[in-house]
Design a protein around this ligand. Structure first.
Ligand SMILES: [Zn+2]
Length: 309
């Protein structure tokens, strides 16, 4: 799977998803909301590389008859959703939760990422472009006549500054990385407990269509099914961490001894090591050691992490 496999899908009139298979490391989904009269558009997230972001923006222009992108939302700080921000028009206003903006401004990975992926994603031509507009709890944007509610769950989940974009009339929810659809969820920069709370919070929207941050689009009963899968995975991480701590073994040994079961076939299964590092740190009330977490993940895979970006 490469950039050529990405596609813009119209979910309902005016609400689109940029879907990039297969949704593993650094390969995200994004969104496009367009005014009915073609006067303006908004994007939800960009992509990691210029090649991926430009392809998204070209598809967006084609789908909307060239509607100018006046606004954008970053669902969270991660580079696969934000490193393409600099390719948005200079006048586009980018919005994000205030903690997401802080993290984008400070993001040490932008200049110096651990070189643990093979091949490495390339954003060497990117310019750091933080959001211009921040909010604490929620923000409502109007894309022509389309109402878009941007909401923060109120706590750290996938990251401290997560946000979803909810179109109440279209019943479309852009969930960012609060949902990974059959791709291993990642909470190492967030909170296991918060991620579990967020699953319930997302269920409360009653969405008909859900765009996950990674993986295939969801609709109807598939949404509840995917949310239940997230919860099962988080419960598995919590159980494995609890047992490992009780047995006095570290996250790597706990991961090696765990049976991934139904999650073994999901891309990026090695994230269990990063997620356990987070679960251990939270349970012990201390900062997570990022270097140790990546070192253990490489030991778990026995080599670099496969990447498709
Ligand atoms: Zn993320």
């Amino acid at each position: 799977m490469g950039v050529a496999d990405a596609s813009l899908v119209e979910i309902v009139p005016g609400a689109h998803a940029w879907v990039q298979p297969e949704g593993g490391w650094w390969v995200n989904n994004a969104g496009l909301v367009a005014a009915e009269d073609g006067s303006r558009a908004m994007v939800v997230d960009t992509c990691v590389s210029s090649a991926r972001t430009l392809r998204f923006l070209e598809a967006a222009a084609e789908a909307t008859g060239g509607a100018p992108v006046r606004m954008a939302v970053n669902t969270h700080q991660h580079g696969d959703h934000t490193y393409g921000n600099h390719l948005l028009p200079g006048g586009t206003v980018i919005a994000a939760q205030e903690k997401a903006r802080d993290a984008i401004v400070e993001d040490p990975f932008f200049d110096d990422v651990p070189r643990v992926w093979e091949p490495m994603p390339d954003w060497s031509d990117a310019v750091r472009r933080p959001p211009e507009l921040t909010f604490r709890e929620e923000l409502t944007l109007h894309v022509g006549g389309v109402r878009a509610e941007v909401r923060h769950p109120g706590y750290t989940a996938h990251t401290p500054g997560d946000a979803v974009v909810w179109l109440p009339e279209q019943r479309v929810l852009y969930a960012g990385d609060l949902v990974f659809n059959r791709v291993t969820p990642l909470i190492f920069m967030g909170s296991l407990e918060g991620a579990r709370r967020a699953v319930e919070w997302l269920d409360g929207f009653g969405a008909d269509h859900l765009v996950p941050g990674h993986g295939a689009l969801l609709e109807g009963a598939g949404i509840a099914g995917a949310l239940a899968e997230q919860e099962r995975y988080y419960a598995f991480v919590a159980r494995t961490a609890e047992r490992g701590r009780k047995d006095g073994i570290g996250p790597l040994e706990a991961a090696r001894g765990a049976d991934l079961g139904e999650f073994a076939s999901w891309p990026d299964a090695e994230r269990i090591v990063l997620n356990l590092h987070r679960a251990y740190a939270d349970a012990e009330g201390r900062e997570m050691d990022m270097v140790a977490a990546f070192t253990d993940t490489l030991a778990f895979t026995g080599g670099p992490l496969p990447c498709d970006a």
